[in-house]
Ligand binder design. Structure first.
Ligand SMILES: CC(C)(COP(=O)([O-])OP(=O)([O-])OC[C@H]1O[C@@H](n2cnc3c(N)ncnc32)[C@H](O)[C@@H]1OP(=O)([O-])[O-])[C@@H](O)C(=O)NCCC(=O)NCCSC(=O)C[C@@](C)(O)CC(=O)[O-]
Length: 447
């Protein structure tokens, strides 16, 4: 059977940046290390005044189409994943297609367009939809364009304010892909949860501490479900494990749990037994509380072992590189974790073709999904083609007062009394230009 997966990828970051330890922490009266070491973040990306989910998505898509030499007729489907939509009816994909039609010959009249919603998980679900469409043979030799795009803003003063971000990822899903092919097998952990939601409001209502526990529980269920359709996961099966990364500290917690689960009843557990003992088994304890306390002690010891740290530094830490510099990009977060991993692979002296990634996506509300991806022959050229380092270096660094203005500009219900000038000069990109007669947002391409 022909493999289906990600054939090309492009990233677009919001063009402003906020230095978390340097600018944000002093205003909050926090130790800068809460950000760099605790949450694991250095900077967040923010949209300039002329940027939004449509411009960032369209700019990522244009970069991808240009690099791959694609025309509208090559694309049969445009799915946008976002949880920052400004329209309850018209999908962002129609706006993005409209932007792209300004600059390419031909149009997307033939293309099926939609918008996917399940918090941060939606990007992965949109890839799934594209995969299924191609596998079903309904694609007429066309590829699917999946665009995840978000302005991840929290209300001022919310603990989540430290984990904001803005950016988009465009991915081309096709047969015989150049970067990774997707496994048929998937695992899910899904429950009706009230931990992070936006009921008819722009900024989320969040129970931050509980959201961390919900993330971990759904991930465990997804891992178990994945193992129910494959063999048990072995530690050496995967070269990298990109997780949904709201902030790198979250992944640090998830990775430790995953490691404990995977090494149970293996020689890895035996090898560690002399140093930290064997994992507690529930049957050996009188009550759940005592068992959980024993587990906590085991985990505290496990994370200090050389065996665990070596695995973490090789398989997980490299997935966090971009996240540390941009913050939470919601639907794009796991997709920039995959790119971070492959950028790390570029620095290693081996091929990686045929090696496997374990990809763990998550969305609040809440659902986790786990599948495997196999690295394909063309991955290196695709990842080398990215210009994300240049984009990150070109971001305008906000002062605190400027950050406050930018947050106000992007708050839908806020009347900003004075005109806030753009901080960067748009060049060869789509920009937001204002509202039309039906309150639709308008866009233009500037040379
Ligand atoms: C995550 C919270 C709750 C943190 O909220 P907080 O109360 O500001 O931070 P904290 O006090 O918990 O500190 C954070 C970490 O820094 C450490 N720390 C503290 N001080 C120092 C220091 N001096 N030096 C070194 N480390 C320090 C501290 O110990 C802790 O590490 P931990 O103990 O947890 O490992 C908050 O940022 C928040 O509410 N974020 C938004 C919600 C979120 O991101 N949840 C994650 C799971 S849900 C998810 O991923 C879905 C999501 C959010 O992406 C949305 C979607 O799906 O749509």
């Amino acid at each position: 059977m022909t493999e289906v997966g990600i054939d090309a990828v492009e990233i677009w970051t919001g063009k402003l940046k906020l230095d978390l330890p340097g600018t944000f922490a002093p205003q909050k009266g926090d130790d800068p290390e809460k950000y760099t070491k605790g949450l694991g973040l250095n900077n967040s990306s923010f949209p300039d005044v002329y940027e939004d989910i449509v411009t960032m998505g369209a700019n990522a898509a244009k970069q991808l189409m240009d690099r791959k030499g694609l025309a509208p007729e090559d694309i049969g489907r445009i799915d946008v994943a976002t949880e920052s939509a400004f329209d309850h009816s018209k999908p962002a994909s129609t706006y993005i297609a409209g932007c792209l039609e300004q600059v390419y010959d031909g149009d997307f009249t033939h293309a099926n367009k939609g918008e996917r919603k399940f918090a941060c998980l939606a990007g992965t679900q949109a890839i799934d939809d594209a995969y299924n469409w191609i596998r079903a043979g309904r694609n007429r030799d066309r590829a699917a364009l999946v665009i995840s795009t978000d302005t991840a803003l929290y209300a001022r003063g919310d603990p989540g304010e430290a984990t904001q971000g803005a950016g988009a990822v465009a991915m081309l899903i096709d047969e015989d892909p150049s970067i990774v092919s997707l496994s048929m097998e998937q695992g899910y952990g899904s429950k009706d949860e009230t931990d992070f939601l936006k009921p008819n409001q722009q900024f989320p209502s969040v129970d931050g501490k509980r959201s961390v526990q919900v993330y971990l529980s759904r991930m465990r269920e997804a891992l178990e479900d994945y193992e129910s359709v494959t063999d048990d996961i072995e530690l050496d099966d995967f070269v990298y494990a990109p997780f949904h990364t709201p902030f790198p500290g979250m992944v640090r917690k998830a990775a430790l749990l995953a490691y404990r689960h995977v090494i149970r009843d293996t020689t890895y557990e035996d090898d560690l037994a002399g140093e930290i003992g064997r994992q507690p088994r529930e049957d050996d304890y009188d009550d759940r509380e005592a068992y959980e306390e024993a587990i906590r002690e085991y985990m505290d010891a496990l994370k200090t072992t050389e065996q665990y740290q070596t695995w973490y530094d090789t398989v997980v830490e490299p997935t966090l590189g971009l996240s540390r510099e941009v913050g939470n990009w919601y639907t794009s977060s796991v997709h920039i974790a995959r790119v971070s991993a492959l950028r790390d692979a570029l620095t290693r002296d081996r091929s990686f073709v045929g090696d496997t990634l374990l990809v763990a996506s998550y969305g609040s509300g809440a659902q986790a999904e786990i599948h495997a991806e196999t690295i394909r022959e063309g991955w290196q050229a695709e990842i080398e083609g990215l210009n994300i380092d240049d984009q990150l270096a070109a971001r305008y660094e906000l002062t605190w007062d400027e950050y406050e203005d930018v947050h106000d500009v992007h708050e839908y219900d806020m009347e900003v009394e004075r005109e806030i000038e753009e901080f960067t000069q748009p060049e060869a990109e789509f920009v937001f230009t204002g509202w039309g007669r039906m309150n639709e947002r308008k866009y233009e391409y500037v040379e």
